[in-house]
Design a protein around this ligand. Structure first.
Ligand code: NAD
Length: 337
């Protein structure tokens, strides 16, 4: 099947071309992001493969359907950028890669926690400049600390398991508690209690209307003073402006982000020669107790290999008129943003 790949980077091409030796699809790589303006490039391709910052709103889906696209194959786990109701109305099938490597994201999450706590980002620059002063680099032991995990799905559960190895006490909030998490000894508590008790809060819930800005002014007020907040899920979970104020006032101790609510104009591009136009993001960059990575938590060899294989298998199954089990529909998504 001919597949139009939007937002293609060199690594996508490498991994998809290699995996495609087993599938034999006709891959058409496009560097542009999928938007209303670029949707026409998919003409002649019954399948479109899109990523996290591609736009798949009703207008874009309408254009794709007009061009006889029948399948949207997300090469991501999240699908909050797809208007699933519009897709259903247009008869478009949407598939995704539900679990390409939760370990990749979980390990990056723990990396952010360790780096922020022991100020590795600051230490790295200092030592390279011959500054061996320890002032401002004081951390705390993770052993015995309480970590609040919001969303105990695949990634959140692995984060909890890893942190138990550090001696952390794991408390969790999830409207659908899991037996596995309970067996591991996670203590489920209401969200307000999690916010009040946690030294470190890490977000692993999907983005939808219920979770949008779940970390807002009210939530920040409930947080333990100087708590660490980590978000490797989706930027929209956090009200960035509120969190910046809390960081300035010292109410939040530190912030680790791999995702940002307005990331689509920034991430996955080299903007090092330009002035950052997003003033909220630019403000975050000035704070010493903030580490931001550009949506790279998934970015491992294992994950890229799994993403390519599962995406191409999803496409093959669709072509044969079979279901893969990786279809997403409006009803699975619950509510939309
Ligand atoms: P998952 O579906 O296995 O787990 C999500 C969990 O969140 C589920 O247990 C669900 O019950 C829970 N949940 C739903 N609504 C909630 C709410 N209101 N409050 C608390 N919990 C809620 O998903 P996963 O594979 O663990 O992925 C988690 C998120 O990580 C995804 O939604 C995706 O957006 C993000 N992600 C990020 C990257 C990255 O590179 N940064 C990569 C993959 C996934």
């Amino acid at each position: 099947m001919r597949v139009a790949f939007f937002s293609t980077k060199s690594y996508d091409r490498t991994f998809f071309e290699r995996a495609n030796r087993l599938f034999g699809h006709d891959l058409y790589f496009i560097e542009s992001r999928l938007t209303e303006q670029t949707a026409g490039l998919a003409k002649g391709c019954p399948a479109v493969c899109a990523f996290v910052n591609d736009e798949l709103n009703a207008a874009v889906l309408d254009k794709l359907a007009e061009n006889e696209v029948r399948l949207i194959a997300m090469r991501s786990a999240g699908f909050n950028n797809v208007d699933l109701e519009a897709a259903a109305d247009l008869g478009l099938t949407v598939v995704r890669v539900p679990a390409y490597s939760p370990h990749s994201v979980a390990e990056h999450t723990v990396g952010l926690i360790l780096a922020l706590n022991r100020k590795l980002h600051r230490a790295y620059s200092r030592v390279r400049e011959g500054n061996f002063s320890l002032d401002g680099l004081l951390g705390f032991e993770l052993n015995g600390r309480t970590v609040g995990i919001v969303g105990t799905g695949k990634i959140g559960t692995i984060v909890g398991k890893i942190l138990q190895g550090f001696g952390c006490i794991i408390i969790a909030y999830d409207p659908y508690p899991s037996d596995e998490a309970r067996m591991l000894g996670f203590e489920y508590v209401p969200l307000d209690e999690l916010l009040a008790r946690s030294d470190i809060i890490t977000l692993h819930a999907p983005l939808n209307r219920e979770t949008y800005h779940m970390i807002d002014a009210r939530a920040v007020e409930r947080m333990k003073p100087h708590a660490m907040l980590i978000n490797t899920s989706r930027g929209g979970l956090v009200d960035t402006r509120v969190v910046i104020d809390a960081l300035k006032e010292g109410r939040i101790g530190s912030l680790g982000l791999d995702v940002y609510e307005e990331e689509s104009d920034l991430f996955f591009q080299d903007l090092s020669g330009q002035a950052i136009q997003d003033d909220v993001f630019a403000r975050l960059l000035t704070l010493p107790n903030v580490i931001i990575t550009g949506h790279q938590a998934f970015f491992t060899h294992e994950a890229l290999q799994n993403i390519a294989r599962t995406t191409l298998a999803n496409i093959s199954k669709f072509e044969r008129g079979e279901t893969s089990g990786n279809e997403v529909r409006a009803v699975t998504a619950g509510v939309r943003v």
